[in-house]
Design a binder for this molecule. Structure first.
Ligand SMILES: Cc1cc2nc3c(=O)[nH]c(=O)nc-3n(C[C@H](O)[C@H](O)[C@H](O)COP(=O)(O)OP(=O)(O)OC[C@H]3O[C@@H](n4cnc5c(N)ncnc54)[C@H](O)[C@@H]3O)c2cc1C
Length: 359
C-alpha cells in the first residue's frame, strides 16, 4: 500500500491531522493498536482561546456537539487562601470553554476517516528506504506493509516512532497525576464547576464531568511520600484533610476507580526530521495546569498539515526545519509561563513539592 502520509497514533492529534489531510485530498493511512481499551475519561477542559482555532479548522461543531458541557469560568485558590473567580464573560470572541468528552468526540471524528485506518496487534517496524520513503510494517498474525513519503508520530507521551528513531526526550520535571471519578457534589461556596487548589504536597482540580459525576485529579511529584498514601482513593479525604475546599468533594469509598500517569513537561530534542514529524504530546507534552494539551494537539496538527502540504507540493526542504523551530519556541514560552505560575505559590516554598520551582 502506498500513501503520501503515514500517521501512527489514534488520539486527538493523530485523528485531527487525519481529518485535515482527508479534506485536503492528501492520501494517508492511520495506524493504530487493535482493540485499545477505552481511555479513562480525564474530562479535559478547553479554554475559550481554543474556540477560534476549532472554528477556523471547521471542527467546532463536532467538539461542541459531543462535549459534556460548556464552561463559563473557574475558581482557584492559588498563592493565598482566597478563592479567585475567573469569569469567561470578559473573553472574546468566545465567552465559554468546553469540558470535552474526548472518547465521544474522537469516535465521531474517526467515522470520517475509518476507511484509512489500519490496526495492528503485534507492534510495528520501520524500514527506511534509500530514496527517502519509509515503509511501516504493521504486524498482526501476518504483516501489512505501508509505504509513505512522510511519517507522523502521534502516539502521545509514548513517542513510539521517536523511540524507534532513537530520539530520547528531555524531561523537565517529575509531575504525576492521579485521577478518579467521584459522585457529583455541588459546593455551596463555588458557582463554576471547575475548582483548582494548591496545597503543601501538590495541587488538585475538581470539576463536574456530567450530571452525576465529578472528576478529581491530584498532582504531585514522583517519589513524594504523599503518593503512596494516595494510591488508595478511600484515603484521599483524610490525606487531603488540610485542604480548604478540595476535601469537601472527596468520599471515603473503596470502590472508586482511579488512574495514574505522568503529567510532566517534556519535549523531544528533534520534533521533525527529513521525512517525519511529531505532533501533539509526542512533540511536546504540557503540565495540565496549562490546560493547553488538547489545544496543542489540534494546533500542531494544523501546523503539520501546512508543513506536509508544502513538502509534498513544493518539495521545500526547509519546511520541516521550520516546523521543528516553531515547536521549540512554543515550548520555551510555555515553560517560562508555567514556571512563573508555580512561583506564584510561595506559601510552602521550602516543602518537597514546591521548593524545586524556587531553586
Ligand atoms: C490528568 C490529565 C489532565 C489533563 N487535563 C487537560 C485539560 O484540562 N485540558 C487540556 O487541554 N489538556 C489536558 N490534558 C492533556 C491532554 O489530555 C493531552 O495533551 C492530549 O490528549 C494529547 O493528545 P495526543 O493525541 O497528542 O496524545 P494521546 O491522547 O496520548 O493519544 C496518543 C494515541 O496514540 C496511541 N499510542 C500510544 N502508543 C502507541 C503505539 N506504540 N502504537 C500505536 N499507537 C499508540 C494511544 O493509544 C493514543 O490513542 C490532561 C492530561 C492529563 C494526564
Amino acid at each position: 500500500m502506498k500513501k503520501e502520509v503515514i500517521i501512527i497514533g489514534n488520539g486527538i492529534a493523530g485523528i485531527t491531522l487525519a481529518v485535515l489531510l482527508l479534506r485536503k485530498g492528501i492520501s494517508f493511512a492511520l495506524l493504530h493498536r487493535k482493540e485499545e481499551k477505552q481511555a479513562f475519561a480525564l474530562g479535559e477542559t478547553l479554554p475559550p482561546s481554543a474556540m477560534p482555532l476549532l472554528e477556523q479548522l471547521k471542527l467546532l461543531t463536532v467538539f461542541e456537539e459531543n462535549a459534556y458541557r460548556k464552561t463559563y469560568g473557574y475558581h482557584s485558590m492559588w498563592g493565598n487562601s482566597r478563592v479567585t473567580d475567573i469569569n469567561f464573560y470578559h473573553q472574546n470572541p468566545y465567552k465559554n470553554g468546553l469540558k470535552i468528552n474526548k472518547h465521544q468526540t474522537l469516535e465521531k471524528m474517526r467515522d470520517m476517516i475509518r476507511d484509512n485506518m489500519i490496526s495492528y496487534s503485534k507492534g510495528f517496524e520501520l524500514i527506511h528506504e534509500s530514496h527517502g520513503n519509509t515503509v511501516v510494517l504493521a504486524k498482526n498474525d501476518g504483516v501489512k506493509m505501508v509505504q509513505g513519503q512522510i511519517l507522523v508520530d502521534a502516539t502521545g507521551r509514548n513517542r513510539a516512532v521517536l523511540q524507534k528513531l532513537n530520539i530520547e526526550s528531555t524531561v523537565y520535571d517529575e509531575l504525576v497525576a492521579l485521577s478518579c471519578h467521584l459522585p457529583k457534589i455541588e459546593h455551596p461556596k463555588l458557582t463554576h464547576e471547575v475548582y483548582v487548589e494548591s496545597f503543601k504536597e501538590g495541587w488538585g482540580i475538581v470539576s463536574a464531568l456530567n450530571e452525576t459525576e465529578n472528576i478529581c485529579t491530584i498532582y504531585t511529584h514522583k517519589g513524594h511520600e504523599i503518593l503512596s498514601k494516595l494510591k488508595d482513593v478511600s484515603n484521599w479525604k483524610s490525606v487531603l484533610s488540610e485542604t480548604v475546599y478540595l476535601k469537601d468533594f472527596l468520599v471515603e469509598d473503596d470502590n472508586i476507580k482511579f488512574k495514574g500517569g505522568n503529567a510532566n513537561s517534556s519535549i523531544a530534542p528533534q520534533v521533525a526530521g527529513n521525512n517525519w514529524l511529531a505532533l501533539g504530546d509526542a512533540a511536546m507534552s504540557f503540565d495540565p495546569l496549562s490546560s493547553h494539551g488538547i489545544t496543542n494537539a489540534i494546533y500542531t496538527a494544523a501546523k503539520a498539515l501546512e508543513a506536509i502540504d508544502k513538502k509534498l507540493t513544493e518539495a521545500d526542504p526547509d519546511v520541516f526545519i521550520e516546523y521543528n523551530e516553531t515547536m521549540k519556541t512554543i515550548f520555551q514560552q510555555y515553560l517560562q509561563s508555567k514556571n512563573n505560575l508555580y512561583r506564584q505559590e510561595t506559601r510552602w516554598k521550602d516543602s518537597d513539592f514546591w521548593k524545586r520551582f524556587f531553586e
